[in-house]
Every structure is written in structure tokens, then in C-alpha cells.
Design a protein around this ligand. Sequence first.
Ligand SMILES: [Mg+2]
Length: 252
Amino acid sequence: MTHTPSAPPANSLIGPVALKPGLDWSALDHVDTWVFDLDNTLYAAGSRLFDQVHRRMTAFIMTAFDLDRDAALTLQRDYFRAHGSTLRGLMVHHGLNPHDYLDYVHDIDVSVLEPAPVVGAAIDRLPGRKLVFTAGSTAHADRILTRMGLADRFDGIFDIVAADFVPKPAPAVYDLFCKVHGVDGARAVLFEDSARNLEPAAALGMRTVWINTGEPFSQLGSKGSHIDWVSPDLAVWLEAYMAHLDTVGRAG
Ligand SMILES: [Mg+2]
């Protein structure tokens, strides 16, 4: 039995996955490049893995500037708000060596993540190239993807070094990403837990999937027409899309 709602009402739910009015799964038929944010997207926010990174950032600032925890957290937050990332603020205001910082903040325990064979099989079934677009380092991405059993599933990683340390959502970074990897925005989709990071992607014609983790940071910039799908978790979205591919008899 096939059932495809032709005109879903606003924020209609297809299972737990919400869809923009007027859109259906066929909006992905032309997509040949699948782009994934890493932190809190490829791995679930519930793992609290990023909390470890966040704590390492605070510790780095405490040591570097001889600050107590509250003062370090304030600086961390202020730089994040003003520059899109704490790292960028540290580079702009203090000439920080970004590599030292990245090595320090990514020295975390990835064993809290579980292997994700179902997600891996679904990613394999997506037709086309798969790329990681992350504000972390390639080494950080490799450790996480290896732990989850996803390391061989991606055709490339565009990390913060490749972005010349300019974080999303600066539009220039999306242009650079597309140029470096030969991505046609009109044939790509971006998965992101940070809603505001989807806006420049949509402006380039990308389809967008917002992974709404429920965290305040995730929800910044979530108002507007730049979000096509909303899902609480990447695995949930992939499960729904795989069910659609099964329905239409597409091997992927
Ligand atoms: Mg993220």
C-alpha cells in the first residue's frame, strides 16, 4: 500500500519526522550529495559527548588565562556568541594557535558512543556522495566515526581547518565547502542540529534537515522557511526515509 500525502498541513508529522508544508520525500529525488554535521548530528546529543568537549574548552581557557570556572565560562560563551565559535574568538583576540586548542578540546572519551550499524546501513543506501561538514577537526571526526563503525561511509570531511577556522553559519564557509568538494547546492541536503546553520545552506538551494535536540543552542534560528524537515534524531529521520525508499521500491 502506498500513501503519499500530497498537501500535508503545517508541520504535519510523518511518524516523528515533521515536514514543511507543500513538500514530500520526492524533494530528495534529485539529491546526489548528502552532507552531515558531526557533533550532536551524526552522533546523538543524548550521548552527552559534546559536554566533554565543552568542559575541555572551559578548562583550556581557565589554564590559558588563569581564570576561575565562572569567568572562563563567561569568556567561552561571549566568544561563541560574538564569533560563532569560542576558538574563533580566541584566535581573533589572543592570536591563539588553533591546533593546540583543537588537540586539547578533542581529547575526550568516545567510548560513550555505541556502534551504529543501522545508521551505517541507511547511510550506505543514500544514493550519491556523503560528506561531513564539521566545526571540529578531522582527527575528532575520524575518532568518532571509527567508534561508531561509520568511518568508511563518507567520501570526505570538511573540517574547521579546511574552513580556515571560520565556523558555520558564515555564508563564505558554505561557498568554500561547495567549491572544495564540487557540490551543487541544488542537488545537496544538509543535516544539522543547529537550526541557524541551515539558513546559508537553504540560500544555496540545499534541502535541509534540522535535528532538533531540544537544547537551546539547537533551536537558535529555527524560525523561518529554511528548514524542510525536523527530526529529533538522525536515526529517526533515516528510518523514515528508508521506509519511503522501500515504499517506492528504490534500492538507493
Ligand atoms: Mg552540531
